[in-house]
Unconditional design. Structure first.
Length: 377
């Protein structure tokens, strides 16, 4: 059955169009044309914006659950459903630093979720435990460790999904990043005190991303470019940004945008369990995390992820930087798709790609979404 979405402001890579019908069939975008095909079921979009679905590569939790607490298909399904309400049609459930037994269970759960058809699951993000003690942030110091051959084997063991690993380059040996990349893992740097040369070595081995740029990484200073300088300088790597008004100052975001452009900056939420709920606290590996407005902090005031959603991240990006809608949405869709090597599958509105779409109003409230053509309505 063909479904034609009409009366929408459709965002194509070139910009918004209000004279097009987007036709879905068999989970894919069949056509983007001036008229809907004869016989197609018509869905009137009410003049709202039809955008490519958002892709979030850093989702620790949502809907009241945290992936670390119970790395199961049920947890993943709850998280995916919670974030779908805010336009996320593709996500990487994310484990923060934990024992390798938890990592193994998380990889197995994501593989099983994909096998069972849980909507919106693209893979897994394993953030640690191969991180810097000095830059650990909210990560549990007792769970940090250096990488070894067995860990590399485990990290490359996913059967059906993309695997993103965040590590500190100074916590691995020369050749370890290359071994992960050879195993099909996307490697990002984060929670790191590494100097510029160490980061450049990792990039040379295939490191292609930076996790929450500016946060928990060696800064850019005049005689020591650090990890931040390496990330901003290199045109071939992609960096995530948490644009929630707390993690990064708007002026710093604008500087990053000038340095890297929207093709190499992607929006992430770093969302925790409280996202999509009214609850005011949760327990993170034994520590009490309190909601303070829209911030999450531990007893010492350390930021502990966020309650950010992807529709809010896009809205914030536009409001805080003045970037246009086309580029802001790309940072939440085509850029993360390219980073994960999924541009031939999702990330834009184009014939042949998965029908991963989101309909939003002028206030960025999500009215409806489609994942592989399956309607949320």
């Amino acid at each position: 059955m063909e479904i034609a979405l009409v009366n929408a402001r459709v965002l194509l890579p070139q910009g918004l169009r209000d004279d097009l019908a987007v036709t879905i069939a068999d989970g894919r975008i069949r056509s983007v044309s001036s008229e809907p095909p004869e016989g197609a079921t018509i869905v009137d979009c009410g003049g709202e914006m039809l955008l490519p679905g958002f892709i979030d590569t850093q989702v620790n939790g949502g809907g009241g659950v945290l992936f670390n607490d119970a790395p199961t298909v049920e947890t993943i399904a709850t998280m995916a459903a919670a974030h779908r309400r805010y336009g996320t049609t593709g996500m990487l459930p994310t484990l923060i630093s934990d024992d390798l037994s938890v990592v193994e269970a998380g990889i197995a759960a994501v593989d099983a979720a994909i096998e069972q058809g849980v909507p919106g699951v693209l893979g897994i993000h394993i953030e640690g435990p191969f991180l810097s003690y000095a830059r650990r942030g909210i990560h549990d110091a007792g769970r940090l460790r250096r990488i070894d051959r067995e860990a590399i084997r485990l990290l490359g063991s996913a059967r059906h999904s993309r695997t993103l690993v965040t590590l500190a380059p100074e916590c691995v040996e020369p050749g370890d990043v290359a071994a992960l990349v050879d195993a099909g893992v996307v490697v990002a740097a984060g929670h790191s005190e590494a100097d510029y040369d160490t980061v450049r070595r990792a990039i040379g081995e295939g490191l292609s991303g930076f996790t929450h740029l500016f946060n928990a990484m060696s800064p850019l200073v005049n005689r020591a470019p650090g990890m931040t300088g390496a990330a901003l300088e290199d045109d071939g790597v992609t960096a995530g940004l948490i644009v929630d008004g707390h993690h990064v100052h708007p002026a710093v975001i604008r500087i990053a945008l000038k340095a890297k452009g929207h093709e190499r900056l992607m929006l992430v939420t770093d969302a925790m369990a409280l996202t999509g709920t009214e609850e005011d606290h949760f327990i993170l590996q034994g520590r009490h995390i309190q909601r303070d407005g829209d911030r999450l902090v531990d007893a010492a005031g350390t930021l502990a992820g966020s309650t950010l959603t992807m529709n809010a991240a896009v809205r914030n990006m536009i409001a805080q930087t003045g970037v246009d809608l086309r580029r802001a949405v790309a940072m939440a869709s085509s850029t993360p798709a390219a980073f994960l090597g999924l541009s031939d599958r999702t990330g834009t509105i184009a014939p042949g790609l998965s029908a991963d779409l989101v309909l939003v109003d002028k206030d960025w409230q999500v009215k409806r979404s489609w994942i592989a053509g399956r309607d949320s309505a």
